[in-house]
Unconditional design. Structure first.
Length: 196
């Protein structure tokens, strides 16, 4: 299975979510980010190459973490859209991010692949509800999942893809473990969208 995590907006959680989803699905995470944390286990694609290397195109599990430019499906992103089974668009709850999410969905929906939105890094239930209503009004009934603000992301940045196994082995991490379970539910729902 192949997943594409994409947004034209920076800082919405693409890389963190892609990395977690890759861990959850036992996939290789690849990115078009220009800066990649060396411990992350994420493979950085060569910026100059116009397509995704052939070894990731075969029938292997891959999560693609892609920034996108406004209004423009570049060659490599078009390739990613074509390869993937499910598209995931993370968003924050502020107006600019929501607009960017709508633009991103419109950019990638050409392929008719299942698209899920993750409202990420929120703390306020009222902002969450507003965001959900806004996106549903603009885009119709897409699956919308939610991930709260959590220190688990710092943990992922620190421990790389080992976050998953490490969290429950360390004592006193009840809260983190609860978050991990919440993440798992989101990733399970996303993998279900891909079917078999
Ligand atoms: N749910 C969350 N809780 C806490 N921090 C978060 C959450 N989601 C993202 N962050 C933090 O927000 C920052 C941006 O996340 P990330 O790098 O994954 O976004 P991105 O969309 O890949 O950004 P870029 O466009 O720069 O590649 C990171 O510091 C990350 O740890
Ligand atoms: Mg990133």
């Amino acid at each position: 299975m192949k997943y594409l995590v994409v947004s034209i907006k920076g800082g919405v959680g693409k890389t963190g979510i892609a990395q977690n989803l890759a861990t959850y699905t036992d996939a290789q995470c690849i990115t078009n980010d220009l800066v990649v944390n060396a411990n992350s286990g994420i493979i950085q694609l060569e910026p100059k190459k116009r397509s995704i290397p052939i070894k990731f195109c075969a029938n292997v599990p891959v999560v693609m973490d892609f920034g996108a430019s406004y209004n423009n499906l570049d060659h490599k992103l078009a390739h990613a859209v074509k390869l993937c089974n499910v598209i995931v668009v993370p968003t924050l709850t502020d107006a600019r991010s929501l607009q960017a999410t709508i633009d991103t969905v419109n950019l990638v929906k050409v392929a008719d692949k299942p698209i899920a939105i993750i409202i990420n890094n929120f703390t306020s239930e009222s902002k969450l509800k507003q965001a959900k209503d806004y996106l549903t009004d603009a885009l119709g009934r897409l699956p919308i999942f939610t991930i709260r603000t959590t220190t688990l992301f710092e943990r992922v940045a620190k421990d790389g893809c080992d976050w998953f196994s490490k969290v429950h082995q360390v004592k006193g991490e009840y809260q983190l473990n609860k978050t991990r379970v919440a993440h798992e539910q989101v990733y399970a729902a996303i993998t279900a969208l891909g079917g078999k």
